[in-house]
Design a binder for this molecule. Structure first.
Ligand SMILES: NC(=O)c1ccc[n+]([C@@H]2O[C@H](COP(=O)([O-])OP(=O)(O)OC[C@H]3O[C@@H](n4cnc5c(N)ncnc54)[C@H](OP(=O)(O)O)[C@@H]3O)[C@@H](O)[C@H]2O)c1
Length: 292
């Protein structure tokens, strides 16, 4: 009988790609969504998907969402309560006796002392390891989709990317590849991956200038990279919570210093395909970079 896989954060970057990636596998996909209406678009990615209400801040929804689940993909959003959310989800997975948890973490979560974002993820990783549940951890580098979600507007309106990244190179990954890895693990032998942490990167380490050039080429108009001082980047985030601004600046400092440039073979090993290049990403998402 096909297994039931619960995808949390199913309307997000990685979750929605995973709902799609699981559509051609012999599994039942249950998508945990804030509201069933909001999750409705997932049906275009996977017509057989089952939508279930899941709000990490309403524990009663966890019990229902986890009932009858065999495996779970565990995503928490970028908030300062992500550790509590992650722990609560792991408790729910344990109570439901799921067979496997695949956790979305971040590259460098194991680094000591590391940065705030990594420490939060590490705390959840440790909680998961101590839960006694079979598990695997995905530690991806920065998503190429950030150029749509965070820089998309300035690319479309001004043909410019403003980032405090200097000439630092980053081995950005397309969320498509993270989802393909997750789908492969969630449909594979559980013991093979138990306790493993996979560092997931794209095939190239790119400067922001090179990303801008690839996006410009796909969009058919020049896109310029503007290297801004950290202070300017902080001001541009004014209004956001202080922890978020500080976390982003820590992340940028790592990238600027070249500490996010490592390339790993894990995507290809786990999926049998090389990860997408920035050129493929830019071409595929060309419409997101064109002026309205
Ligand atoms: N961006 C990067 O470059 C990067 C790199 C490495 C690791 N990561 C990690 O990736 C994770 C985020 O993944 P993502 O980008 O796929 O997520 P995302 O696009 O930010 O989406 C977050 C998902 O969580 C859902 N959600 C938010 N609050 C919720 C709540 N209270 N209850 C239930 N669901 C809730 C959202 O639903 P709604 O849409 O309905 O709110 C959405 O489906 C973070 O842990 C981050 O640290 C990110």
């Amino acid at each position: 009988m096909p297994e039931t896989i619960l995808v949390t954060g199913a309307t997000g970057n990685v979750g929605s790609e995973l709902v799609r990636a699981l559509s051609n596998r012999d599994v039942h996909v249950r998508a945990g969504v804030h509201s069933v209406i909001k999750g409705d678009r997932l049906r275009h990615l996977n017509p057989d998907v089952q939508l279930v209400e899941l709000d990490f801040e309403r524990p009663e929804t966890l019990t229902v969402a986890f009932t009858g689940v065999d495996r779970v993909f565990l995503v928490t959003p970028f908030t300062d309560t992500q550790v509590q959310m992650g722990q609560q989800l792991i408790d729910a997975a344990k109570a439901a006796r799921v067979k496997q948890v695949v956790r979305l973490s971040v590259m460098g979560a194991e680094a000591e002392p590391g940065i705030q974002l990594g420490r939060w993820h590490r705390e959840v990783e440790r909680y998961l390891a101590q839960s006694g549940l079979p598990y695997a951890i995905l530690r991806p580098n920065s998503f190429l989709q950030n150029f749509i979600n965070y820089q998309g507007e300035s690319i479309r309106q001004q043909g410019a990317i403003y980032q405090p990244l200097g000439e630092g190179r980053i081995s950005y990954i397309d969320v498509f590849d993270i989802a393909e890895v997750a789908a492969a693990i969630l449909t594979d032998d559980i013991p093979k991956h138990h306790g493993r942490a996979y560092a997931l990167t794209g095939p190239q380490a790119l400067s922001t200038q090179e990303v801008a050039a690839a996006i410009g080429q796909a969009a058919g108009r020049p896109v310029q990279y503007v290297d801004v001082p950290e202070e300017t980047a902080r001001q541009a985030m004014q209004g956001a919570p202080q922890w978020m601004i500080d976390s982003m600046m820590e992340l940028h400092a790592l990238g600027r210093a070249g500490h996010a440039a490592g390339i790993t073979p894990d995507v290809e090993r786990l999926t049998g395909r090389r990860p997408r290049t920035v050129q493929e990403f830019a071409q595929e998402n060309r419409a997101a970079f064109l002026p309205a």
